[in-house]
Design a protein around this ligand. Structure first.
Ligand code: NAD
Ligand code: MG
Length: 387
């Protein structure tokens, strides 16, 4: 029987690459749901190609044109973010692929595991915001969470077949476009410079997060929940070649790593076909052409937000949720040309100082905390706004 996928965020970078995998293996996969935030035309094109049962457009303004574009098809059309939570639980869905970006992915992840669906997870923000709840629900419903994030896929691949728990994991980071940029120049970097990632082609938000090391901080938090590790068991090393996707160290000193070219098709396919591998046809790693693999400690003076993420993880409660909401506002303000690159850290650190601490938040309290964090961050960002 085919594996039936609900693909959330199908018009994004991970969403489109997931459809590449489905396109190549029509005998294995079937799409039941496709969703997008705003890009209704692309969503309609995808629906005409993949014939899902339903589509969801999160922005209700695009509902009418989307309905019109699909009027001749037997496809149900829904609008609004609440619909995302409903479609993931549908009886015809086996696996939910969450390729949404930001806080918006959290409730659909939770709804998926509560409905006992396998969750192939790219949306790391789900675990940053509410990792404890999502992992608990997945365990209670006995459903796997299969990581798509390349570092976590690497760790997951290294752990396959091991019965011993890891002693430590080492998450690699490319270092982003500003790896060697002097601190005083960071104040002046442009949006275009920050969007020019050296090794990976990704959505705008994660590209900025990669350059500030917020992405790496979020990956530390993601690893904590996915693999049940303490913060001190998770290290980060800068590896500019992006060939070693992450490593696991065991008690006997053995270290396993997963290597490959930087291409998200591999972790996506691994998550969908686990525990099987399969032909991918992408470029293969040629060791002779990448003779030098280097590793160095991250510079937390120039990129303080990696440590901020560790601090939030140690403090627990709603701290990571506050950092996530604040980062979303700060990155959006930077991308809109409203604040300087280095203001992203000012917004986040300022917000964490002011937001109310909640020790054991409920899902409703996470929502309130996300709102509060965003409001404080918007206020700080507007004071920093470039004249
Ligand atoms: P993207 O911006 O390219 O795509 C995001 C998708 O989500 C789009 O389909 C968009 O329409 C939809 N969306 C955005 N906001 C929404 C909202 N409020 N409600 C409903 N839908 C919304 O992002 P991406 O680069 O594909 O990243 C997706 C997730 O995967 C992120 O959490 C990112 O951190 C993670 N990730 C991405 C990569 C990568 O290579 N792109 C690698 C590792 C992890
Ligand atoms: Mg990653």
């Amino acid at each position: 029987m085919k594996q039936r996928l609900a693909l959330l965020g199908s018009t994004g970078s991970i969403g489109r690459q997931t459809l590449d995998i489905v396109r190549r293996r029509p005998e294995e996969f079937e799409i039941t749901t496709l969703t997008a935030g705003n890009q209704w035309e692309e969503l309609a094109r995808q629906a005409l190609e993949f014939h899902p049962d339903s589509v969801v457009i999160a922005n209700k303004q695009h509902y009418a044109p989307l309905c019109e574009a699909l009027a001749k098809e037997p496809i149900k059309v829904y609008a609004g973010s609440e619909a995302l939570e409903q479609v993931v639980g549908g009886g015809e869905v086996d696996t939910v692929v969450n390729a949404l970006v930001g806080y918006a992915g959290m409730l659909p992840s939770l709804a998926a595991v509560k409905a006992s669906k396998r969750l192939a997870l790219a949306n790391k923000e789900s675990l940053v915001v509410a990792g404890e709840h999502i992992i608990r629900e997945a365990a209670a419903h006995n459903v796997p969470i299969l990581p798509i994030d390349s570092e976590h896929s690497a760790i997951f691949q290294c752990l396959a077949g091991e019965s011993s728990a890891p002693r430590r994991v080492i998450i690699t980071a490319s270092g982003g476009p500003f790896l060697r940029t002097p601190a005083e120049e960071l104040e002046r970097v442009s949006v275009a410079q920050a969007l020019a990632h050296p090794n990976w082609s990704m959505g705008a938000k994660i590209t900025i997060d990669s350059s500030t090391l917020v992405n790496k901080g979020f990956e530390v938090i993601e690893a904590r929940w996915l693999f049940g590790l303490r913060p001190e068991q998770i290290d980060v090393l800068v590896h500019p070649q992006s060939i070693v996707h992450s490593m696991v160290e065991f008690d006997d000193g053995a270290i396993k790593a997963q290597l490959g070219t930087p291409d998200m098709h591999l972790p996506i396919q691994y998550a969908l076909r686990f525990p099987e591998r399969g032909e991918l046809g992408e470029e293969r790693l040629d060791f002779a052409k990448c003779a030098t693999l280097t590793f160095e400690k991250p510079d937390t003076e120039r990129f303080p937000l990696l440590n901020t993420a560790y601090e939030c993880l140690r403090r627990g409660g709603n701290s990571c949720c506050v950092m996530n909401g604040s980062n979303e506002v700060a990155v959006a303000a930077f991308l809109a040309g409203e604040i300087k690159y280095t203001d992203i850290a000012r917004v986040i650190i300022g917000t964490l100082e002011r937001a109310q601490f909640v020790a054991a938040p409920t899902i409703e309290e996470y929502a309130a905390s996300n709102q509060e964090s965003r409001a404080i961050s918007s206020e700080i960002a507007s004071r920093l706004r470039l004249k």
